[in-house]
Design a binder for this molecule. Structure first.
Ligand SMILES: [Ca+2]
Length: 223
């Protein structure tokens, strides 16, 4: 019984390390600008006038401003196309197993005149796995998120963040909503060799538990 308790406490300590999640998206918080991201457009699409796409400080979550990727799709006609859009992509490397994806998105319209916010999507290897439709917005900001849980094969995959919006030939640039992405995350159960602080905390608790079991047994032994 005593050995079982100690083994259990030690297992809890080590499993904290083994359960450490691996992040497969790089620069998902855009703190390094657009590093590791490649801009793309849909057929007939644009990402807005330069400097868009760009990284700028914006409150995507509603909990404070942070570096975020900014697009302004549907502002300029390109080749007379009816759909205006595009986004950012990166190649991620996964292990076989579940992939938990999350990203915060927002559309912000300074004015009413061209206030269709657009449609946000996340695609993996060209397959749309989640969509957030903003719809018509009044002056201000509409916030949402994209997420999916998908079992993936091990290897390289194409991750695309896409924003589309019908071109509306009505307005100046300032009347058209901007689209934002932030906190892009792809987590897999991993076996990181370097525990993060939370994992260290669990290990300390686990080893402390092992120690208290051993101390209790020592007292019982003395009694
Ligand atoms: Ca950020």
């Amino acid at each position: 019984m005593r050995n079982l308790l100690i083994a259990g406490a030690m297992a809890a300590a080590f499993s904290a390390t083994a359960a450490q999640a691996a992040q497969v998206v790089t620069n998902g918080d855009f703190s390094a600008g657009l590093t590791d991201w490649t801009a793309f457009t849909t057929a007939n699409g644009t990402l807005g006038f330069p400097p868009d796409p760009q990284v700028t400080s914006f409150d995507v979550t509603g909990f404070g401003a942070s570096d975020a990727a900014e697009l302004q799709v549907g502002n300029t006609p390109n080749n007379g196309g009816t759909e205006e859009g595009g986004g950012l992509r990166q190649t991620i490397t996964t292990v076989a197993g579940p992939l938990n994806f999350n990203a915060d998105v927002a559309a912000s319209a300074p004015n009413l005149t061209n206030g269709e916010g657009g449609v946000f999507s996340v695609l993996l290897d060209g397959v749309t796995l989640d969509t957030f439709t903003v719809g018509a917005i009044t002056p201000g900001t509409v916030r949402g998120f994209l997420s999916f849980n998908q079992v993936v094969t091990g290897g390289s995959h194409d991750l695309e963040l896409l924003a589309t919006r019908g071109f509306t030939n009505c307005c100046s640039r300032g009347d058209t909503p901007f689209q934002y992405f932030d906190n892009v995350s792809g987590l897999q159960a991993g076996s990181s060799s370097v525990p993060e602080p939370a994992a260290w905390a669990m290990m300390i608790v686990g080893f402390g538990l092992a120690g208290s079991v051993m101390r209790r047994q020592a007292r019982v032994g003395r009694a």
